[in-house]
Design a binder for this molecule. Structure first.
Ligand code: ASP
Ligand code: MG
Length: 325
């Protein structure tokens, strides 16, 4: 049976109903013949709430060790609740802390780096037919102290386990359906993107659109772990991220504010001067080309023209005539 990692973001685990739905998705993977391992974030705002509590109890100068011990509890709540929900569905499931899942880190509390994954316990649980539900974002030092991996770190837990278990796929289930050709709130015609390369996602992050934790993407790229970003509310496919191939061209647009205007960027494979020129022409008379490279180009427009320029580029690259290739 192929192992699949299914990682749930905190908003997908915000209440008992959502946790039961997540359990349904893990069980469905099992029915499709996979051997699923779930990785969970803390429910919704739990991590921020715990940080606020820490400040209320401990003031300004918090012990990093105790703060990590506190923060790790958020993911443990999710793990135990998801295991309970799976058991209620008649599945055998076992929740595991990062330490129990064999995630060994250095001792830099709050930003610990994973040094090794000892997957023996996980393999035993899988061999016994149980679905492991692992608390993300945490590990333990050689001395047994609890550490956390930095904000968004449960993404890293997911890819680290994918590698350690030789998983066929690492799925990220969140409240969005995947990556779109542009922000759908600004460009209603924006379309979900079926596939992107690791490099394109790294380029998007460099432009301030962080799709997943950057360290997790880099690790997945290094070890060729295919990622699938998809919704935890629907079963439609989302965006696959892998080493790719396919046609060169613009795949995704982004908009961000800058002190001297708005920046509209395009990300894609093997972008040429022709792509940048076409973007510049679409953006209108006051646009300037700031940067152009093989993986992305950026235009600056007056602040009040930002959204209009994004829409115009979207029409130019993804309009009825299809993407420029
Ligand atoms: N709960 C942690 C955070 O909010 C870790 C994670 O979600 O990946 O940053
Ligand atoms: Mg979180």
């Amino acid at each position: 049976m192929k192992t699949i990692i299914i990682k749930f973001g905190g908003s997908s685990l915000a209440d008992p109903g959502k946790i039961r739905r997540a359990a349904g998705m893990v069980a469905a993977a099992r029915r499709r013949g996979f051997s699923p391992v779930a990785v969970v974030s803390a429910p919704a705002d739990a991590t921020d709430d715990l940080l606020a509590l820490a400040a209320q109890a401990g003031g300004q100068r918090l012990s990093p060790r105790e703060t990590d011990a506190l923060l790790a509890s958020g993911e443990q709540i999710s793990a135990a609740l998801l295991a309970l929900a799976l058991q209620a569905e008649g599945r055998k499931a076992v929740s595991l802390t990062g330490a129990q899942a064999g995630i060994r880190t250095d001792d830099r509390f709050s930003a610990a780096a994973v040094r090794a994954v000892d997957a023996r316990r996980l393999r035993r649980e899988l061999a016994a037919g149980r679905i492991p539900v692992v608390a993300g974002f945490q590990g333990s030092t050689g001395g047994g102290d609890v550490t956390t991996l930095g904000r968004g770190g449960s993404d890293f837990t997911a890819v680290a386990l994918a590698r350690a278990l030789g998983a066929a796929l690492c799925e990220f289930r969140t409240d969005v359906k995947g990556i779109y050709t542009a922000h759908p709130a600004i460009v209603p015609e924006a379309r979900p993107i079926k596939a992107l390369t690791y490099a394109e996602v790294v380029a998007l992050s460099a432009l301030g659109t962080e799709v997943r934790q950057l360290g997790a993407i880099a690790y997945a790229a290094k070890h060729s772990i295919p990622l699938h970003l998809r919704s935890s509310f629907h079963d439609e496919p989302g965006t696959l991220i892998n080493a790719g191939g396919g046609r060169p061209g613009v795949s995704c647009l982004s908009l961000r504010k800058a002190p001297d205007g708005a920046l509209v960027s395009a990300v894609g494979r093997e972008l040429s001067r022709a792509h940048a020129a076409r973007g510049l022409a679409a953006a209108g008379p006051c646009a300037a080309l700031l940067r152009s490279a093989a993986g992305a180009f950026t235009l600056r427009v007056p602040a009040e023209r930002g959204e209009a320029a994004l829409k115009a580029l979207h029409a130019a690259f993804f309009g009825a005539s299809g993407p420029l290739t």
